[in-house]
Design a protein around this ligand. Structure first.
Ligand code: PLP
Length: 489
C-alpha cells in the first residue's frame, strides 16, 4: 500500500467507523456467534500474494462485525466501561504513524516530554497531592502504562526490591547477599482487600511473593478498615512473614467500595517499609470533579496511585496513569543500562528515560491521545461527562427502588455502579408476613423455618443468577454478575 492508496483506504475506513458509531445503539450488544465461529470462515494460512484492500476491508463487516461485543454501545453495562472518543482515536492514529519505541528520551524527545507534561496536567486536574508531580521536590512523577495490572506488577516488584535493598543495605555485594535476598523474598507478603481486583494477587504470583487478603465486610461497606489492615499485618509478623506491599482500593471492582484511606494513611506512618499503592483504576476518573477530591489528601502518605484513563475518561484503551512519590524507587529497580542503551543525554542526568520506570523497554506514544482528549473536552467537558454517568447510576437506583417488589439493592450507587438482587418468588406463609413491605423476606423469617435467612439468601442468589443469565442470553444488553460476601449480585 503506498501513500496514495493509504489516503483512499484510510478515508473510507474513517467513514465506516463514523457510521459504526452512528448506528451503535441499534445493534444488540452481544454477538450471537458460537465458539470457534471464525476458523471455518478463514483460509488455513495467509495468502501467498497480497490482496486488494477493498477485499480486506469488506471482511470487517463480513467476518469481524458478527463476532464483536459492542463495548461502546449504550446497552453495554458489563464490567467497567472502556470509553472511547474520536480525538483519542486520532491520537492513536498518529501514534501508529510515528511508530516510535520511545524508551529513552533521545528516542523521541517529544514523546517523553509530552508524557511528563500531560501526566502533570492530569495530576493537578484530579487533585492528586503535589508530591506526585514530576516537578515535586521529592522526585515524584507520572508515567503512562498499558493497564492497571501492568502498573500493579510494576509497583509490587519495585516494592519488593526496595524492601530488600533497605534490609540488606549493610551487606557487601556478592553471592551471600544474593542468597539472603532470595531467602527474604520467600517471606514477603503482598496484601490487598478481599474485594481488590485480582491483579494484586497476580502481581504477587509474578513477583514470587506470598499474597494475603484483608477482610472487608458489609459493615464497612466492603472497604478495608484500618483495624482489619492492622490485624492482617500483625498476623503476618506473628507467623514470621513480612508484609511489604498493600493495594488500597478507591472503587473496588465488585461494588466500587473505598478503603479507609484516611485511617490507612495514619497506619502507613507506623510501617514505612510497606509500599502502599492506591488502585483507582475505574473510580479515579471521578476525581476530575471537585466534589470527589476530598478523597485525595491521604494519598500523599502513600507510595503510588493509578487510574485508567481508558476506563472512564474518554481516552481509548490502553492508558493507565501511574504516579509515584519517588521515581527513584522505580529507577533503582528497573534501570539496567547495557552499552547499546547508553547516550550522552541519559548520562547528563537531565532527561527522563521512561524505560527505567517500567517492565518493557519499548513503549507507545500514548500521551498524544490524552493530550487530544484534554484539549478537545477541557476539564469542564470531562466533569460534565462523569457527572452525567453518576446521575444515570442514581436514576437507575431510583428505578430499582420503585419496584421494590422485584428488586433489592445490595449496594447504593457509587461512581455510577449499583448492585442489586432479584427477589425470589416465595410462598407467603402468614398474614403478618404478607402485610410487610418486603413480604417475601418476612415469609422466610418466621418461626416455621429455622434456616429462613440462609434459605432466603440461597433463593435470592439463585433467582438473581437465573435472571442475569436470561438477560445476557438475549444479547440486547450485557450485564456482569459477581458475588459479594456470599451475595450474588
Ligand atoms: N483494578 C480495578 C479496581 C479494576 O476494576 C480493574 C479492572 O476492571 C483492574 C484493576 C484491572 O484493569 P486492567 O484491565 O487495566 O489491568
Amino acid at each position: 500500500m503506498d501513500s496514495s492508496q493509504y489516503r483512499t483506504a484510510a478515508k473510507e475506513a474513517i467513514d465506516e467507523i463514523a457510521n459504526y458509531y452512528d448506528t451503535l445503539e441499534e445493534r444488540p450488544v452481544l454477538p450471537s456467534v458460537k465458539p470457534g465461529y471464525l476458523r471455518p470462515l478463514l483460509p488455513d494460512g495467509p495468502p501467498q500474494d497480497g490482496e486488494a484492500w477493498d477485499k480486506i476491508q469488506a471482511d470487517i463487516d463480513r467476518l469481524i462485525m458478527p463476532g464483536l461485543t459492542h463495548w461502546q454501545s449504550p446497552k453495554f453495562m458489563a464490567f467497567f466501561p472502556c470509553n472511547s472518543s474520536f480525538p483519542a482515536m486520532i491520537g492513536d492514529m498518529y501514534s501508529g504513524a510515528f511508530n516510535a519505541a520511545a524508551f529513552n528520551w533521545i528516542c523521541s524527545p517529544a514523546i517523553t516530554e509530552l508524557e511528563t507534561i500531560v501526566m502533570d496536567w492530569v495530576c493537578n486536574m484530579i487533585g492528586l497531592p503535589k508530591c506526585f508531580l514530576s516537578t515535586s521536590e521529592n522526585g515524584g512523577g507520572g508515567i503512562i502504562q498499558g493497564t492497571a495490572s501492568e502498573v500493579i506488577v510494576t509497583a509490587v516488584v519495585a516494592a519488593r526490591e526496595r524492601l530488600i535493598r533497605r534490609r540488606l543495605a549493610d551487606m557487601p555485594e556478592g553471592e551471600e547477599k544474593l542468597d539472603k535476598a532470595a531467602d527474604k523474598r520467600g517471606k514477603l507478603v503482598a496484601l490487598g482487600s478481599e474485594h481488590a481486583h485480582s491483579s494484586t494477587m497476580k502481581a504477587a504470583i509474578i513477583a514470587g511473593t506470598r499474597f494475603r487478603t484483608v477482610p472487608a465486610t458489609k459493615e464497612s461497606n466492603y472497604g478495608v478498615t484500618v483495624d482489619a489492615l492492622r490485624r492482617t499485618i500483625e498476623e503476618c509478623y506473628a507467623k514470621g512473614l513480612e508484609p511489604f506491599y498493600f493495594t488500597a482500593t478507591l472503587g473496588s471492582t465488585g461494588t466500587c467500595a473505598i478503603d479507609d484511606l484516611a485511617g490507612i494513611a495514619e497506619l502507613a506512618k507506623e510501617y514505612p517499609d510497606i509500599w502502599i499503592h492506591v488502585d483507582a483504576a475505574y473510580a479515579g476518573s471521578a476525581l476530575v470533579c471537585p466534589e470527589y477530591q476530598h478523597l485525595c489528601p491521604p494519598i500523599a502518605n502513600f507510595d503510588s496511585f493509578n487510574l485508567n484513563l481508558h476506563k472512564w475518561l474518554l481516552v481509548n484503551f490502553d492508558c493507565s496513569a501511574f504516579y509515584v512519590k519517588s521515581r527513584k524507587d522505580l529507577i533503582d529497580t528497573y534501570s539496567i543500562t547495557p552499552s547499546y542503551l547508553r547516550n550522552e543525554f541519559t548520562e547528563s542526568g537531565l532527561v527522563t528515560d521512561y524505560r527505567d520506570w517500567q517492565i518493557p523497554l519499548g513503549r507507545r506514544f500514548r500521551s498524544l491521545k490524552v493530550w487530544f482528549v484534554l484539549r478537545t473536552y477541557g476539564v469542564s467537558g470531562l466533569r460534565d461527562f462523569i457527572r452525567k454517568h453518576i446521575k444515570l447510576g442514581e436514576y437507575f437506583h431510583e428505578l430499582l427502588k420503585s419496584r421494590s417488589d422485584i428488586f433489592s439493592i445490595t449496594t447504593e450507587p457509587a461512581f455510577g455502579l449499583v448492585t442489586f438482587q432479584i427477589k425470589p418468588p416465595v410462598p407467603i406463609t402468614s398474614k403478618a408476613a404478607a402485610d410487610q413491605s418486603d413480604p417475601a423476606h418476612e415469609a422466610y423469617s418466621n418461626d416455621f423455618m429455622p434456616n429462613a435467612e440462609a434459605q432466603y439468601r440461597e433463593n435470592s442468589n439463585h433467582r438473581t443468577k437465573e435472571v442475569y443469565e436470561a438477560v445476557n442470553s438475549k444479547g440486547e444488553f450485557f450485564l456482569t454478575s459477581t458475588v459479594v460476601c456470599g451475595t450474588y449480585v
